[in-house]
Design a protein around this ligand. Structure first.
Ligand code: S3P
Length: 166
């Protein structure tokens, strides 16, 4: 099937861009990120689109960006963390080698800079991460052909594991 060699999905902060760039370098292909495509096309930040137009408008723009990238890009493609929430976007991924970069809630809290040093800050973000992952985990698993756990691994190790799976 034509299209990207590999599509990376997973929650924000898991390292899709870092690993995506390393992977593209190792494979000698280009790297593309649908968030960046949307920002370039819209001339506004993702945060501004969310505030001004709402999440469902962003998801529709994201679906269009995924459609374009899946049709025209033959390298490594990274999607935004919430792209899998949209059924139309999930359909576009069928038949492609989708890799789910996963991390557990503790790792997510740590990587997003929230830790037990500030208990009030730490409690709610952990709960939010847990709820977010409960809502999304099965969707990441549904679209993925390969799952690579990133906890306790360097981006280079994660990249190698993705390469082994291709
Ligand atoms: C989102 C993740 C972001 C971006 C937007 C929404 C999400 O992408 O698409 O802020 O819903 O998880 P990254 O995963 O690249 O940060």
């Amino acid at each position: 099937m034509n299209g990207p060699l590999v599509v990376l999905v997973g929650p924000m902060g898991v390292g899709k861009s870092t690993v995506g760039l390393l992977l593209a370098e190792r494979l000698g292909v280009g790297f593309r990120d649908t968030d960046e495509d949307i920002v370039a096309e819209q001339g506004r930040t993702v945060a501004d689109i969310f505030v001004e137009d709402g999440e469902s408008a962003f998801r529709a723009l994201e679906r269009q960006a995924v459609r374009t990238a899946v049709a025209g890009h033959t390298g490594v493609l990274a999607l935004g963390g919430g792209a899998v929430l949209d059924a139309g976007t999930r359909e576009l991924l069928a038949g492609h080698h989708v890799v789910y970069l996963s991390m557990d809630v503790e790792e997510a809290a740590r990587r997003t800079g929230l830790n037990a040093a500030r208990p009030l800050l730490a409690v709610n973000p952990r709960k939010q991460w847990r709820e977010l992952m409960e809502a999304r985990r099965h969707l990441y698993e549904e679209v993925a052909r390969t799952v690579v756990a990133t906890d306790d691994r360097t981006p280079e190790e994660v990249t190698q594991e993705v390469l082994n799976a291709l």
